[in-house]
Design a protein around this ligand. Structure first.
Ligand SMILES: [Cu+2]
Length: 146
């Protein structure tokens, strides 16, 4: 009988210890996540490009910068939205990374070497407008029946 009681106590003690540890871990993770969110900076700027392949190259370049949490390039607007941790990187580092992949940004001209290696469909026009609204498609609505 004594043995049974002892082992029950032992199991209860083990359970308590592991529970405590788990609770602590969860708390730690939550705190880290919250502080990460607070530090995130959202930025958007113009980047020239043509198509879906450009999109993946540009976004890959932006995401390769340490501290960048997300990058989304808009093919119609010629604009990228980036979210990054400003304690780890800054806007210029992201501009430079995209330029190194061959694409012009508002602040940094794309690397000519990398541009040469882009697929034919991606050889965008260096005079292309950036930061377009995406709404200026000049569709003619005059022949619509209202
Ligand atoms: Cu392309």
């Amino acid at each position: 009988m004594k043995k049974v009681i002892l082992s029950v106590v032992a199991i209860a003690a083990l359970g308590l210890t592991s529970c405590k540890n788990e609770t602590k871990k969860v708390e730690d993770t939550t705190t880290t996540e919250v502080s990460k969110e607070i530090a995130m900076t959202d930025l958007s700027f113009g980047v020239r490009g043509n198509c879906g392949m450009c999109k993946s190259t540009i976004e890959k370049a932006a995401n390769s910068v340490e501290g960048v949490a997300s990058a989304n390039w808009d093919v119609d607007k010629k604009k990228i939205d980036v979210s990054f941790d400003d304690s780890k990187t800054d806007a210029m580092a992201i501009h430079k990374a995209i330029a190194a992949s061959g694409y012009d940004t508002e602040k940094v001209a794309g690397s000519e070497e990398a541009y040469k290696d882009l697929p034919g469909c991606c050889k965008y026009d260096h005079e292309m407008m950036m930061n377009q609204s995406g709404e200026e498609k000049e569709e003619d609505h005059s022949d619509h029946d209202h």
